[in-house]
Design a protein around this ligand. Structure first.
Ligand SMILES: Nc1nc2c(c(=O)[nH]1)N[C@H]1C(S)=C(S)[C@@H](COP(=O)(O)OP(=O)(O)OC[C@H]3O[C@@H](n4cnc5c(N)ncnc54)[C@H](O)[C@@H]3O)O[C@H]1N2
Ligand code: MOO
Length: 401
């Protein structure tokens, strides 16, 4: 069977990703969601000329800058944040003002408290400064109607604060992708059970649930299927609505590997069945209309690698609409770190990236095989190995995970 190169396989996956629909959610539920319409300011920001300092708003229009050195103003009252002074200042008059409070009509600058001395109903000021000093002008941040967060932005804490300041309390965002996870294998028992005989614990279900959560995807259904085609078909035909179906294990060519037959029986078209990748060769990708399915190779390391290289970019595209291969960065190899044995397939190996002296240092994980279910501990990167081997003296490319 033809081994599809990794970039071509990823292209095939992303090309079939539909754009998910939208929903409105409260700000408190919008973290990490993708905004689907521009959010605009409904008011000027700041909405009025505001003081940038605690001090005095003054009308110093009868003096030019620096002349004279000390000036005394008549104190009329106070403007506090949330409680404006409503009168108008004539030349030689001032009001007490606090940071964020509206600058009263007639005031042409603010003099900060440190440059003033209160003398009963008057205030003596040194260092008046130029006209306009310490006044944040109405609309200087944003005008009403300006875009504060663009469509397509992923909403992090700064974006949520910007939406709040613009009064956008129910942003329109991409709905979360829905995934179903089916784990296969007669040998599997749940983690709380002690395996007997030929049994092993199911670790892939915990891995997939955590990876989906990290990707902002809802796991709407999870089931364990025995290696029995008829039973699998019955169960899969009655699944809740979903965008992505993930089948763990049974992706290879053994007599009990039924991921491909079951997908075909359910009306899925298979787009690729083996890729030029170690670990992760027997990755199956299929679609039925807008519903996409992967059968991920059962070996736990292959599981993690294929999820990072194919499922994660698909989930990103579903929410953002953007075709993005996992980003690549440069780092250096840890001195005398282990290297995997050579292989004819393109090897993309799990690694741990540590930040040392301002640059990432990569240690390739030592794995007895792709069946090592606890060998991934610490993995946060993938390192593609060049066909001619790694040169430990030169920077290497890696994919942060
Ligand atoms: N004749 C061939 N045999 C195999 C080939 C091949 O090309 N020709 N490819 C090998 C490669 S590479 C891989 S990877 C595996 C993938 O096989 P499957 O996807 O069919 O996976 P299983 O056979 O179901 O399981 C493989 C391995 O992983 C363990 N496993 C499965 N599920 C879980 C789980 N939920 N939690 C923990 N461990 C799990 C399972 O017990 C097996 O040891 O095929 C090779 N064979
Ligand atoms: O390619 Mo398999 O994924 O080596 O174990």
């Amino acid at each position: 069977m033809e081994l599809i190169p990794v970039p071509a396989a990823l292209h095939e996956v992303l090309a079939r990703a539909p754009r998910l629909g939208t929903e409105r959610v409260p700000l408190a539920a919008a973290l990490s969601r993708v905004l689907r319409e521009p959010a605009r300011a409904d008011l000027d920001s700041p909405p009025f000329d505001a003081s940038a300092m605690d001090g005095y708003a003054v009308n110093a229009s009868s003096w030019s800058q620096g002349d004279p050195a000390v000036v005394t103003f008549r104190l009329l009252g106070e403007s506090a944040a949330g409680a404006a002074f409503t009168g108008t200042l004539a030349p030689g008059e001032c009001v007490r003002i606090f940071t964020g409070a509206p600058v009263p009509a007639g005031a042409d600058r603010v003099v900060k408290q440190e440059d003033t001395t209160r003398e009963g109903a008057h205030v003596r000021m040194t260092n008046l400064g130029p006209a306009g000093r310490f006044i944040r002008r109405r609309g200087e941040n944003r005008r009403a109607g300006d875009v504060v967060v663009a469509a397509g932005a992923r909403l992090g804490p700064p974006e949520l604060a910007a939406l709040a300041s613009a009064g956008v309390t129910q942003p329109l965002v991409t709905r979360r992708p829905r995934a179903v996870h089916i784990v296969t294998g007669n040998e599997l028992v749940p983690p709380h059970q002690t395996p007997a005989g030929a049994q092993i614990r199911d670790s892939n279900s915990s891995l997939i649930a955590a990876l989906l959560a990290q990707q902002g995807t809802d796991l709407v259904h999870h089931a364990h299927l025995p290696d029995d085609l008829a039973a699998a078909q019955t169960l899969l035909a009655a699944l809740p609505d979903h965008d992505v179906l993930l089948i763990s294990g049974g992706a290879s060519v053994g007599d009990h590997d039924f991921a491909r037959p079951v997908l075909t029986a359910l009306g899925y078209a298979l787009h690729f069945q083996q890729i030029n990748l170690r670990p992760g060769k027997p990755l199956v990708f299929a679609s039925r209309g807008e519903r996409l399915a992967f059968a991920l190779p059962g070996n736990p390391v292959s599981h993690w690698v294929t999820f990072q290289l194919f499922v994660a970019p698909l989930l990103q595209k579903l929410t953002t609409g953007l075709d993005a291969a996992p980003p690549r960065r440069m780092g250096r190899l840890a001195p005398a770190g282990p290297l995997p044995p050579p292989d004819a397939r393109q090897t993309i190996w799990p690694a741990r990236a540590d930040w040392v002296d301002g640059e990432p240092v990569l240690t390739l994980l030592t794995l007895a095989s792709s069946g090592d279910s606890s060998g991934l501990v610490g993995a946060n990167a993938l390192v593609p190995l060049p066909a001619n081997g790694l040169d430990a003296t030169r920077p290497v490319e890696f994919i942060p995970c």
